[in-house]
Structures are given as structure tokens and as C-alpha cells.
Write a protein that binds this ligand. Structure first.
Ligand SMILES: [Ca+2]
Ligand SMILES: [Ca+2]
Ligand SMILES: [Ca+2]
Length: 364
């Protein structure tokens, strides 16, 4: 404990929440089942390391941006401990936060709390090893069901880069109400992974049914690598000041993006299975989609681009473009296997070139 104090770690044995008190017998049982996470502060950098069991914890902001609280949560049959305690507060976190939860099904949550945004003074790097892991950064709206507390409570502000790597296993990553001031790189590895941007929340005013938006705002390039397996990228309200790249490898991809505004370029490349891409109100300068082999389905709705290039690859592909505008050039092509191009609604497609596709009648 004195060693911990020197490191600026403050273990607190008393549960902060109204968590059920455990008797001696169940405590021993819990220790057999629950994983432990080690938190170490070194020259302002906080390193959080999990064990081979399933580890669950929340990294919370506090009123002081240099003080970080780590709270263990129930995961994989036991309450995860942090340096042996149910939670700890660490002061002097002035630099990067590194997380590696190793094997097991781990659950990592990063968010503000109690009316305070979570500010990370440099980079946030999260690696979850093998297992079916879950990573949540920020949250749309309040955690309480009545939506009464400030939405600011859940916001996350990362001053440096965001790096998440979840490796083998079926992983879920959710990001909302988050600002990243540099690059964002997410690599979900193999397995059936989901990368979600759940940025909308019911309005706290019950008089109408509007949704409130808690956007994701990223200053640097965004690179999403989905590995092998059946992967999903889905969500809304992402703003990027540079490029967005989505690379999916083997296994079907399901990519549904709504209300994305990316300044320079969006590039989506998928593997050889039947991939589904639906873009609604996605805006950027250069839009490039390449779906390779497989009978792919691509629907671009309400798009605004300088240039749009779709290469649907081999297989019988179905492409629908509706209410979309391009100002510089438009190229839409199937390759071997043909397919269909349906132009719906009011499109303004500059210099439209199409190849290898049968154009269907505009039925709109
Ligand atoms: Ca683990
Ligand atoms: Ca893991
Ligand atoms: Ca994975």
C-alpha cells in the first residue's frame, strides 16, 4: 500500500456505490472467479493491465482532469478488482492512458461522470487481446433511464490519438459523444466484430419524439480495419476533418453509415463475400467504394461528393443511387458477373460513366 501511495495510487476499500456487501465465504469464492487489473502510474502515463480472466472496469473522469477513477464491474462471473480493490483513484495522470486487458472476455468503458467530461491529456490506447471483448468510449445521453442528468456527463475528450485493437474473438466497440484531436485507428482483428457509433438518444423533453445527437468529432485521419469474419460498421453523426478509411477483409461486411461528414476522402474496401453498404447523408470530397468479389449490395442515398467511384468487382452486384449529387465526376462499374444500377429520385451525377451494369428503369 505504501508503494501504491508513492506511485500516486490511492486504493479505496469501501465500495463507492451501493454494491452488495459480500460475506467472507462469498468473498473467497469471488476471488477465485474474478479477475484483477493492475493500474500503474509512471511519469504521468497510466498503464492498466488485465489478467487472463474476463476483466470489466470503467475508466472515469473526475472534477480534476489529472485524477482518474477506475471502477471494477461484474464481468465473466465475478467483480473485477483494481489493484485488489473494488475501485481506485489515481492522481497525476498527465499523459497517455494505456490499457491491455489480455485474454478472456473483457469489458472496458471510458466515460465522464457526474457532470464532468472525461479528458485524456494525451493518447488513449486500448488493446483487449483474444476473447469476445467490448470497448465503450463515451455514451449518447445520460446513463439514468429518465435522462435527467447532463449529457456532458458522458462525454470524452481525447487530446491525442485514439487506438483500439481487439484481436481475435467477436468484439463490440461503441463510440459516442467523443472528440479525438488526432488520429483514430481501430483494428477489430478476426471474428465477427461490430463497430458502432450509437450517437443518438431520446430527447429528455417528452413533448416530442426528437432525438438528441451526441456526435463523434475526429480531427485526424480515421482508419477502421475490420479483419476476417462477418463484421458490422454501423452508426451516425461522425465528423472527420481529414479522411475515413474502412477496410474489411474476408467474411461478409455490413456497413451502414448515416449523417457522416468527412472533409477530404472516404474509402471503403471490402472482401470477396456478399457485402452490404448503405450510405445515407454521407458527405465528403472523394468517395471511393470497392467491394471486390461476391454479389454486393450498395445503396448511396442523399450523398454529396466532388467525385464518386464505385467498383463493385466480380459477382452480380446491385447498386442503387438516390438523391445524390456529384460536382466533378461519377464512375460506377461492375466487373465480371454484371449486375444492376438503379438511379432513383433526383440525382445530379456529373460526367456519369458506367460499365458492366444493366441500368434499371427509374421507378421513383
Ligand atoms: Ca482479461
Ligand atoms: Ca480479451
Ligand atoms: Ca475480433
Amino acid at each position: 500500500m505504501s508503494k501504491n501511495s508513492k506511485l500516486g495510487l490511492k486504493p479505496i476499500s469501501k465500495p463507492r456505490t451501493s454494491r452488495r456487501r459480500l460475506g467472507i465465504e462469498s468473498l473467497e469464492k469471488r476471488e477465485l472467479m474474478a479477475g484483477n487489473v493492475t493500474a500503474v502510474l509512471n511519469k504521468g502515463t497510466l498503464t492498466i493491465t488485465g489478467d487472463s480472466l474476463g476483466n470489466g472496469f470503467i475508466i472515469e473522469g473526475t472534477d480534476d482532469p489529472k485524477v482518474v477513477r477506475i471502477v471494477g464491474t461484474a464481468q465473466a462471473g465475478g467483480d473485477t478488482t483494481i489493484n485488489g480493490s473494488s475501485y481506485i483513484e489515481i492522481s497525476g495522470v498527465t499523459k497517455q492512458i494505456n490499457v491491455n486487458t489480455n485474454g478472456g472476455d473483457d469489458n472496458v468503458v471510458v466515460m465522464g461522470t457526474g457532470g464532468t467530461a472525461m479528458t485524456i491529456n494525451r493518447n488513449l490506447k486500448i488493446e483487449t487481446g483474444s476473447g469476445n471483448d467490448s470497448v465503450t468510449i463515451g455514451q449518447a445521453g445520460s446513463t439514468d433511464t429518465e435522462q435527467t442528468s447532463s449529457p456532458l456527463a458522458q462525454s470524452v475528450n481525447i487530446t491525442g490519438y485514439l487506438y483500439i485493437k481487439t484481436e481475435a474473438g467477436d468484439d463490440t466497440i461503441a463510440i459516442a459523444n467523443t472528440k479525438v484531436r488526432s488520429l483514430t485507428t481501430i483494428d477489430t482483428g478476426d471474428g465477427d466484430d461490430s463497430l458502432l457509433f450509437p450517437t443518438t438518444s431520446p430527447d429528455d423533453d417528452d413533448s416530442d419524439s426528437d432525438e438528441e445527437v451526441f456526435a463523434v468529432d475526429i480531427t485526424g485521419n480515421i482508419q477502421l480495419r475490420m479483419g476476417d469474419g462477418e463484421d458490422t460498421v454501423s452508426g451516425s453523426n461522425v465528423k472527420g476533418a481529414k479522411d475515413l478509411q474502412i477496410f474489411d477483409y474476408e467474411g461478409a461486411a455490413d456497413i451502414v453509415l448515416t449523417d457522416f461528414t468527412i472533409k477530404s476522402k472516404i474509402q471503403i474496401v471490402t472482401g470477396n463475400e456478399l457485402d452490404t453498404i448503405e450510405l445515407d447523408n454521407v458527405k465528403t470530397n472523394t468517395m471511393q467504394i470497392a467491394t471486390n468479389d461476391g454479389d454486393d449490395q450498395i445503396h448511396v442515398d442523399n450523398g454529396e461528393y466532388k467525385s464518386l467511384l464505385i467498383r463493385a468487382g466480380d459477382g452480380y452486384d446491385a447498386i442503387t443511387i438516390s438523391d445524390t449529387k456529384t460536382t466533378s465526376g461519377t464512375q460506377i462499374q461492375g466487373e465480371k458477373g454484371g449486375g444492376t444500377l438503379l438511379l432513383q429520385g433526383y440525382n445530379q451525377l456529373r460526367k456519369l460513366k458506367k460499365k458492366g451494369l444493366t441500368q434499371l428503369e427509374n421507378i421513383a
